[in-house]
Design a protein around this ligand. Structure first.
Ligand code: ADP
Ligand code: MG
Length: 721
């Protein structure tokens, strides 16, 4: 089969500079492929038919074909842009090949008389057909044609198809593809054996209709996807039964206890949804199995008070409760709110942050260790080694998708003693569509707050071209600020490909695992954008420049806290901020948000940002400024923001637009496991896999283990929490 000619883009990896990592990764590693199974499961994107040679006279415009022909002439044309032109002919006709990128020695390699095998897309040129940049090479004498379709694999820059084909074929030869699934199951689901499926996908026979393969609906594809989902469901069901064996301290609710006193002290009544979640959680806490629950609800729906009531129940039973939040702005806000509710009721509260001074920190650590503080609030600082609790009974994790599994586990591990585990309640404002929740969190119980407290005004969202309307928007901001209203001005993300919650704005540096290395690079330009916008808006407000505040991730925590406090108190009226405000910030009087370069943000992120306004009783507005060029998906995102303010609707839309990988953020490692199944299309397979997992664990536990091992190998850890 034709093999790509050496391409100028395939350079040798540059020798790494002093101090850089050791040997450069192999091509396989760069694609994340290590084991034979990794290669076997690296499936083709599409195929080309090289099983037959098409005579040049039979070429059809636009249809990729393989031609075998002799070189008549090869010359480098000294045009403005140099072009290598090679003319070839077979028995009846001529074809012209053109290369714009080439090595000079190609002209010699393709010298007249050489017999070439060429694959490319014919286009009509001045003198009959031509192919631009075909894949071509000198054909060996009497070379046979391949007997199967040629797979085209997903590959990164500098990784050739030829290399991948060889590596995959070698892996397939070594592979232990024993069938672990019972024959009746496969029969019932009409799925082929795995070995057969893999062979067919990597080397389909020439008569195979490509459509079913390329659209991934062929039974062979369904088998692979089913296996993947099955592995995931098995792991989750196993984790669930492991947890059922664990013990926790039961924490009954006492009448007249702290929970009821807190309820009476609240300035509002719980909504029906909140009350329902509170009682689900209260029941969990009374049991001897550790709670493992996700509390989900749209931004601003009121999850904090639900968490506070859970904390009250634990504390009332003589246990400590730890609350971990991803940024120090958010943690500080929790401190303020929860301490405000619980301290008057006699609850001791401790505060832990990475930015704390040593003396202060040690005092707080001592209060956590002695049990004097029943409630410990903080950032990642809460899970550091030094932190010890006297009797941790409940762990609360806010915005859980911001944390890695290991971090959630280590918070829980802080409380393990006497064979008992603390209860765990996680919160998220990134609403997750049902299918996704099942796939990713199959082993979690979920409580949902579907409706926000009454009296909220929906946020009106409008979308404007920055070129045309930015000045007008600035005028409007000035008018509102001069009238005493409060406004957020959100600065653009600079590198949209970076993890959105990048380290730049994530607050204090947490443990390495929490900060993807890539995030750190996004900081400087973003900071610059914020500084520029701040200066520009200060100038706009002239004498009133003093009411323009600035908030970004590089500021010291105390400074950030001061700015937030000034904004909350109304001393600042215009807050220029990076996405540092995305999560959890609660200033109910703010009623307008402007987001610059809104096209660079993801849908759920825009929704989170917008959730900062419309928290009070005032009608609120969100203005999204975009710049051209606007991609189709960016346009669809902005449109969706304009049309809906329902987080669940938007999450569903996001899933459609971007696929699940991005929806839950890069740290949601569970999704890295899903390489093949597409939750938008394979919901039926997910249901089947769920049932199959349960019966397999019951009836064929050995096969279940083998299957899981095959898919997850060493990566099984992520399913534990
Ligand atoms: P989130 O779910 O985004 O964490 P919060 O817990 O921060 O939301 O709540 C948002 C705002 O709504 C807060 O100011 C909170 O005090 C208020 N709130 C919560 N529950 C109610 C309720 N039942 N009635 C009125 N306001 C409420
Ligand atoms: Mg919150």
């Amino acid at each position: 089969m034709p093999v790509a000619a050496p391409s100028p883009s395939r350079r040798r990896a540059a020798p790494s500079s002093v101090g850089a990592q050791a040997a450069p990764a192999s091509p396989g590693e760069r694609l994340g492929l290590r084991s034979d199974w990794d290669f076997a499961l690296h499936l083709p994107l599409h195929y080309v038919d090289e099983t037959r040679i098409t005579p040049i006279v039979q070429l059809r415009e636009g249809r990729i074909a393989v031609v075998q022909a002799r070189v008549v002439q090869a010359e480098i044309m000294p045009a403005r842009r140099r072009v290598l032109r090679v003319t070839v002919e077979d028995a009846e006709a001529r074809l012209e090949l053109r290369f714009f990128h080439f090595y000079p020695n190609w002209a010699r390699q393709y010298a007249p008389g050489k017999e070439l095998r060429i694959r490319g897309e014919p286009r009509r040129g001045l003198f009959g057909f031509e192919m631009v940049h075909p894949v071509c090479r000198v054909a060996a004498a009497g070379e046979a044609l391949p007997r199967s379709l040629t797979p085209i694999y997903p590959a990164g820059a500098g990784i050739s198809q030829a290399w991948l084909r060889k590596a995959v074929a070698a892996a397939l030869r070594r592979l232990d593809a024993r069938e672990w699934l019972p024959a009746q199951l496969l029969e019932r689901l009409r799925l082929p054996p795995i070995a057969q499926a893999l062979h067919l996908l990597h080397a389909p026979p020439p008569e195979m209709p490509l459509e079913a393969l390329e659209q991934r609906s062929h039974p062979a594809w369904r088998r692979v996807k089913f296996d993947e989902l099955l592995a995931q469901q098995l792991a989750q069901q196993m984790a669930r039964s492991r947890r059922a064996e664990q013990r926790a301290w039961p924490m009954p609710e006492r009448s007249g206890g702290l929970v009821q006193r807190l309820l009476q002290a609240l300035p509002f009544a719980l909504t029906a949804d909140q009350a329902a979640c509170v009682s689900e959680i209260a029941l969990d806490l009374q049991r001897e199995q550790p709670m493992h629950r996700l509390l989900q609800g749209d931004v601003g729906c009121g999850k904090t008070v639900v968490a506070a009531l859970a904390a009250a129940q634990a504390i009332d039973n003589g246990f400590q409760c730890a609350l971990m939040a991803p940024t120090d702005i958010l943690a500080a806000q929790h401190l303020q709110r929860l301490a405000g509710w619980l301290q008057p009721l006699g609850v001791g509260v401790a505060w832990l942050s990475g930015a704390q001074r040593k003396r202060e920190r040690e005092a707080e650590l001592a209060r956590a260790a002695s049990g004097e503080a029943a409630l410990v609030i903080g950032t990642h600082a809460v899970i550091q080694d030094k932190v010890q609790f006297a009797r941790l009974g409940l762990a609360l994790v806010d915005e859980q998708h911001r944390f890695g599994v290991a971090q959630r586990l280590s918070l829980r591990a802080k409380g393990a003693g006497e064979q008992r585990q603390p209860h765990l309640l996680m919160m998220t404002a990134t609403p997750i569509p049902r299918t996704l929740a099942m796939a990713v969190f199959g082993d979690l119980d979920i409580s949902t707050i579907a409706h926000s407290p009454p009296g909220r005004q929906p946020v009106r969202t409008r979308v404007f071209s920055s070129d045309q309307r930015r000045e007008a928007v600035k005028e409007r901001v000035r008018d509102l600020v001069l009238q005493g209203r409060q406004v957020y001005w959100v600065c653009p993300l600079i590198e949209p490909s970076e993890p959105v919650e990048g380290g730049a704005d994530g607050g204090e540096p947490g443990p390495a695992a929490a900060r993807p290395a890539a995030g750190a690079r996004g900081g400087q330009p973003e900071l610059r954008a914020a500084l520029d916008a701040h200066a520009e808006l200060q100038a706009l407000l002239g004498e009133q420049a003093g009411c323009v505040g600035l908030l970004h991730g590089r500021m010291p925590s105390a400074h950030k806290a001061q700015v937030m406090a000034d904004f909350a108190a109304g001393r600042l009226r215009l807050l220029v901020a990076t996405t540092v405000i995305e999560v959890g910030v609660d200033v109910p009087s703010a009623s307008l948000m402007v987001i610059e370069h809104a096209e660079r943000f993801g849908l759920s992120q825009l929704h989170q940002l917008r959730g900062r306004v419309g928290r009070g009783s005032q009608a609120a507005q969100c203005l999204l400024l975009f710049s051209e060029p606007l991609s189709q998906t960016a346009r669809a995102r902005l449109q969706a923001m304009h049309e809906s303010s329902d987080g669940f609707v938007l999450a569903q839309k996001d899933l459609e637009l971007r696929g699940p990988g991005e929806l839950l953020g890069q740290r949601q490692s569970g999704l890295q496991g899903l390489r093949h199944a597409d939750l938008r299309e394979d919901e039926d397979l997910l249901e089947l896999a769920r049932e199959a997992a349960a019966s397999l664990l019951r009836e064929h536990p050995l096969a279940a283990r083998e299957h899981l091992q095959r898919w997850l190998g060493a990566g099984m850890d992520w399913l534990a929490a």
